[in-house]
Design a protein around this ligand. Structure first.
Ligand code: SF4
Length: 420
């Protein structure tokens, strides 16, 4: 089912050299990440940014806590290939320096800059250069203030059904306060984030912001932990929001290599049909007691090899056996069904080879490359043929020591087998 995305304003991030990424409006959901190293270590910073860009990041953020970081930007920016956001906390001077260096966007938390005049200086600098600003009302950065108590009490009534009601009331009140500063200056090139480590709160916070403001939303779950646990903590709320049409740019954040953030954010968007897949779409069976090859190793090897060598979104299926494999691999362009230390390979439903286990990887790669070449030459189309893999005599061919029951139907999914 197509996702109907919420309409927002649109902001542009970038320049002629690195390209312009649109956020919001009718732009595709973009993927962001952040460097984990020091910005002042120019070579390492450039290498990390370019690694993230190669992995598919559309925009990369860097921290600029000190003058030496903003000073480094003038050396970093000419060497990267995606727009860069300067992440500013506490000192408005860093934001002004970053703008001066030619950075493409500023991330600012107005709550961390006490002097409103300083915030206005940053707004004026960004306005002059046409740079957007992201403002965050993240859970960890909202400070309750007495002058907001009345508005909070009003909003508290609105959110009284939520266990997060108190926080949501503070968040909306703070956001209104922050946005007023920008609106008073006639500045509207804003994106908003409302992150928390609590997945339920993330959903409620973004829903509340989305219902009230038309600025593009930067989705994220903060401090999600290492990828092993952070992936689910992140993808559950962000996937829910995106499937509801909320969210215009995404950052998944792990206590791990940030390349993983980009890979997982992209995979989430591919799965939701919100971005065109780049590279192979790999499906694989989880294995069970029928397995007779080292499928986990095979799948990892296939993933690594195909990611390096295939650029088109070819659907590849790696299945442990012929029993459920054909039904589950329907629609795959290239598929392998393993048997007893061997595998049968199919390309768009046509059997092309039966090879020993040691040759499966190379043959699968060869068939995927051949198929990609045919697609590029206009001789085949991705996903064109529904795979109709009827097992002619699959058990014998793949070396099984199983027998079919006498009542076995010839249909692929209905095939019944039992150990002899
Ligand atoms: S494809 Fe075969 S080996 Fe893999 S899970 Fe299904 S039945 Fe088991």
């Amino acid at each position: 089912m197509p996702i109907h995305r919420r309409k927002t304003r649109q902001v542009s991030v970038g320049d002629e050299r690195v390209g312009v990424v649109k956020i919001g409006g009718d732009a595709p959901v973009s993927v962001q990440s952040m460097t984990s190293g020091y910005t002042f270590e120019v070579d390492a910073c450039v290498a990390e940014i370019n690694r993230l860009a190669d992995a598919g990041a559309d925009i990369v953020r860097v921290a600029v806590p000190n003058k030496k970081d903003t000073a480094a930007l003038k050396d970093v920016l000419p060497r990267v290939k995606v727009p860069i956001v300067a992440d500013v906390h506490f000192h408005f001077g860093r934001a002004l320096e970053a703008v001066e260096s030619g950075v493409h966007k500023i991330r600012l938390n107005p709550g961390n800059i006490q002097d409103r005049g300083h915030v206005k200086e940053v707004i004026a600098a960004c306005k002059e250069r046409g740079l957007p600003i992201r403002i965050g009302v993240n859970e960890g950065s909202i400070i309750e203030r007495r002058d907001k108590q009345k508005r909070m009490r009003e909003l508290g009534g609105v959110f009284s059904d939520s266990k997060h009601g108190h926080f949501l009331a503070i968040m909306i009140a703070k956001l209104e306060e922050y946005l007023d500063i920008f609106y008073e200056e006639g500045f509207f090139d804003l994106t908003i984030s409302a992150k928390s480590p609590d997945p339920g709160l993330v959903i409620e916070a973004y829903e509340a912001v989305s219902a009230r403001f038309d600025h593009p939303l930067h989705l994220g779950v903060t401090h999600a932990g290492p990828r092993e646990t952070g992936a689910i903590r992140s993808v559950v709320p962000l996937g829910h929001l995106l499937a509801s049409g909320i969210g215009d740019t995404v950052r998944i954040s792990y206590a791990s290599d940030p390349v993983l953030e980009v890979e997982d954010a992209l995979e989430m968007l591919y799965c939701l049909g919100l971005r065109e897949r780049r590279g192979v779409d790999l499906i694989a069976c989880p294995t069970c007691g029928r397995i007779e090859v080292d499928l986990f190793t095979l799948v990892q090897d296939v993933r690594a090899k195909l990611a390096d060598e295939i650029k088109l979104p070819i659907k590849v299926a790696v299945m442990g056996c012929i029993v459920n494999g054909p039904g589950e691999a329907e629609g795959a362009d290239v598929a392998v069904f393993a048997g007893k230390q061997r595998g049968i390979l199919y390309v768009q439903g046509a059997k092309v080879a039966t090879v020993p286990e040691s040759e499966i990887l190379d043959r699968l790669l060869l068939e995927a490359k051949r198929f990609e070449a045919r697609v590029l030459a206009g001789e085949a189309k991705l996903g064109e043929k529904v795979v109709e893999i009827l097992p002619p005599d699959p058990l014998g061919e793949v070396g099984r020591d199983w027998t079919t029951g006498a009542e076995a139907a010839p249909g692929r999914a209905e095939l019944t087998v039992g150990r002899s």
